[in-house]
Design a protein around this ligand. Sequence first.
Ligand SMILES: *Cc1c(COP(=O)(O)O)cnc(C)c1O
Length: 381
Amino acid sequence: MEQRDDDRAPLREAVIDVSAIEHNTRVLREATGTREFIAVVKADAYGHGAVPAARAALAGGATRLGVADIAEGLELRAAGIDAPIVAWLHHPLADFRPALAAGIELGISGADQLRAAADAGRGAGGAAVHLKLETGLGRNGTAPGEWDELFAEAARGEAAGELRIEGIFSHLSGANAEEDLAQLAELQRGVSLAARCGVEPTIVHIAATAAALDLPETRLDAVRIGIGLYGVSPFDDRTAADLGLRPAMTLRTRVAAVRRVAAEHGASYGYDYRAPRETTYALVPLGYADGVPRQASGAGPVAIGGRTYRVAGRVAMDQLIVDVGDDAVAVGDEAVLFGDPVDGAPEAEAWARAAGTIGYEIVTRIGRRVARTVVGEAERP
Ligand SMILES: *Cc1c(COP(=O)(O)O)cnc(C)c1O
């Protein structure tokens, strides 16, 4: 990340390096080698900003975009992004016409939902759909008992020009390799049954980041990659750097106050922390309203002036305290909660460990009060 000495930078800032997203896309595209690469930019691209993240992933070689909700797809279209987009989680009474008008493909989780898509597609050039099969995860997807009905409806709708079957897909539990391969076999059983009903999708897909990297059998025609794009590791035992990925988000602020305190002085609500000796407390203006997990109280890392400290006491709504000892920390010094370790920053995954969660949740929950600053954009003519 480029270092900026900008005194007017926002107090609370998530710097998004889109060149890292482009780089990560390229690395993952090469590692997986599939015909298609679906970049998952749901939930505002895991907190990174859907539009700049989608543009960066497309520049890095993504061939389609994936979102959960149709509204997320419409946001990308409104920004002028014309790549194929698939959305897979719908309102139970969804009207699919606005999605079709915007050229958004639909992930479909049952025969009734497929009939609703066919209704919307009638006279409108046909609805492009990806049939989602339930293979074990227990979330959405069509249950095996309904596959015959689903594929019969798909064949009928395609013949009538109401449907176009772009994909058949499922989603893995990641419980272990054996369970994931059992889900893969179940998907393949569904694909064979579909073929016997005359349904031949353009692409079959099941792997997200973890399986795409670790279980080559699951790569099929396309992978659906989310967390890897953002340079956060899906694994407990390998860092993003181990995977050749660069973290795209840096969460930073400036020290808002410093205070010299005597031994035994408390820090933050409940005095869970007390100064072990005379020391300096630095006040860091980021709190749980900004997505800093309160569960990481007393544990989360903060880098100031080239050293990494732990949060002292409880993370509050707007702020937290760091005990910097006798170090010469001053008001206005940059404080980095996470970013790229290459720049001396802690990793988002370190906050995840401190809070008992996963890196996904740390980056995705960064709050609205934190300004997003996009850097690393290629010069566009
Ligand atoms: C979120 C999601 C993904 C991406 O998962 P990552 O682990 O972030 O790569 C892929 N497919 C589906 C259906 C998802 O909901």
